[in-house]
Design a protein around this ligand. Structure first.
Ligand code: ZN
Ligand code: ZN
Length: 231
């Protein structure tokens, strides 16, 4: 599969050359994961799979700028949204891809899910923003070629909050925690969706990130807008 990283910036104001756009990962010029920018529709993806309805993953829900996405693309999300967005809630085939949605913990208000994408013996797990994935789903991604996940926080435990009423955890886990979650499942982990730790200090940030790769003996990749490779 051909992977093109379109956007690697989280929901922060700061921009840099390498991290100017919100989430979007384009596979084989056909399948787009997350729609953080309206401009991604110009690539004419056949299908769009949105992990959750936060504006940096679904541009059309941005407060004060809500709109119905008008496009030839078939757009899916975990739950009901604007007109033209369909619900993706069970495993299905889209052309050559077999796609399995996997529930994730991330937000108090919106439903979120990762997508396992399989084609021709290769597989990718794209998580979107993430606190955790329940143990019962881990067998679904036992051996994947690539995990693409949440780089919001470099620090241990990231920023996780707990809803007082329901006890539900929400927010973003830390990169070390996500490495430990995925390192036995994946041969490569690509981080995207970066926060101030990388945008404010790209050099030291990247050094610290790569030190984690050494520590955990994993193949880590720093996502940059425009990065492209094959798996
Ligand atoms: Zn986000
Ligand atoms: Zn989010």
């Amino acid at each position: 599969m051909k992977i093109q990283v379109l956007g690697t910036k989280g929901e922060i104001l700061k921009n840099s050359k390498d991290h100017a756009k919100h989430s979007g990962l384009f596979i084989d010029d056909t399948l787009l994961l997350d729609l953080g920018e309206k401009s991604y529709l110009k690539y004419n993806p056949k299908w769009v799979l949105i992990t959750h309805l936060h504006p940096d993953h679904a541009y059309f829900v941005r407060k004060g700028h809500e709109e119905d996405p008008v496009s030839e693309s078939i757009i899916y999300a975990p739950e009901k949204s604007r007109k033209g967005v369909r619900i993706f809630n069970k495993k299905k085939k889209l052309g050559p891809y077999t796609i399995t949605p996997i529930p994730t913990h991330h937000s108090k208000h919106v439903k979120s899910q990762a997508y396992l994408i399989e084609k021709g013996g290769k597989s990718i797990l794209y998580t979107g923003d993430l606190v955790w994935i329940d143990q019962k789903y881990h067998a679904l991604f036992e051996h994947v070629d690539l995990v693409v996940t949440d780089g919001s926080f470099l620090r241990e435990k990231g920023m996780i909050r707990k809803d007082k009423e329901t006890g539900k955890l929400y927010g973003h886990n830390g990169i070390p925690n996500l490495i430990r979650l995925f390192r036995n499942h994946a041969s490569k982990i690509l981080f995207i969706h970066f926060g101030s730790w990388l945008l404010n200090r790209p050099k030291t940030g990247e050094q610290k990130f790569l030190a984690l790769a050494k520590k955990y003996k994993v193949h880590l990749l720093v996502g940059k807008d425009g990065l492209s490779f094959e798996i």
